[in-house]
Design a protein around this ligand. Structure first.
Ligand SMILES: Nc1ncnc2c1ncn2[C@@H]1O[C@H](COP(=O)(O)OP(=O)(O)OP(=O)(O)O)[C@@H](O)[C@H]1O
Ligand SMILES: [Mg+2]
Length: 207
């Protein structure tokens, strides 16, 4: 589970890049858009053709919420996206479950046994399953998912989130039964500039 303290800290960016790194490393990776409030994977992969719908936008197909509401089976909502990779003639495949069209009932999924079944199916068929989710301090969705996954990665936007807030988010996740396995400090700026880089002098940088 990828989450953060506040909105906009880089959850979707990190989840997406992590998923792409995994498939480049030869792993079977599945990325789930469990941010049912602000689903964005549709737009991230807008231009990627799915093997099952030949280039149509992922938005047109059912997503994770349909497993609960529409009676779809998990296997039916997984999309196999074609990812172009420089040097790989065939490209690579990334499995994605978008949020899909979500209604007012969407949140029922998070507390239902269907979520456990969904995650079990996803685990059984992939090496790594990544869930993008809403921020912890805003809504409780991530707290409902946290105890059902193997680990939580907390994205912390350096500069906008205080240590206290980040700590509070971590505590909430742990209290909910989640295991925080790591933190990604995003948009980190050491403020020093290139002159302070250990190899700066190597390139004849400044005096
Ligand atoms: N390290 C970074 N450097 C530059 N831009 C970044 C970086 N990380 C994220 N961004 C940009 O910041 C914006 C917010 O990032 P992103 O959508 O990944 O955050 P989020 O946590 O998923 O947001 P939300 O809470 O709305 O779902 C995006 O436009 C993204 O491209
Ligand atoms: Mg996001």
């Amino acid at each position: 589970l990828i989450t953060s303290t506040q909105p906009g800290e880089g959850k979707t960016t990190v989840a997406t890049n992590l998923a792409l790194s995994l498939i480049l490393a030869g792993k079977r990776a599945l990325l789930i858009d469990a941010d049912l409030r602000r689903p964005t994977l549709d737009s991230v992969f807008r231009d990627s053709a799915s093997s099952s719908d030949d280039g149509r936008n992922t938005k047109r197909r059912p997503g994770i919420a349909a497993v609960r509401e529409g009676g779809w089976r998990v296997g039916e909502v997984v999309q196999r996206l074609h990812i172009d990779v420089a040097g790989a003639a065939e490209g690579l495949r990334l499995s994605v479950i978008p949020a899909g069209r979500v209604s007012a009932l969407r949140f029922a999924l998070l507390e239902s046994p269907q979520l456990d079944e969904t995650l079990r199916f996803c685990r059984d068929n992939n090496d790594v399953v990544l869930l993008d989710s809403p921020p912890v301090l805003a809504v409780s969705d991530a707290l409902l998912i946290a105890p059902k996954v193997d680990g939580v990665i907390l994205i912390v936007n350096a500069g906008t989130v205080t240590e206290r807030e980040a700590k509070r988010a971590k505590d909430s996740l742990e209290k909910a039964g989640g295991r925080v396995v790591g933190v990604v400090i995003n948009r980190f700026d050491d403020g020093a500039g290139p002159a302070y880089h250990p190899y700066a002098g190597y390139y004849g940088e400044p005096d």
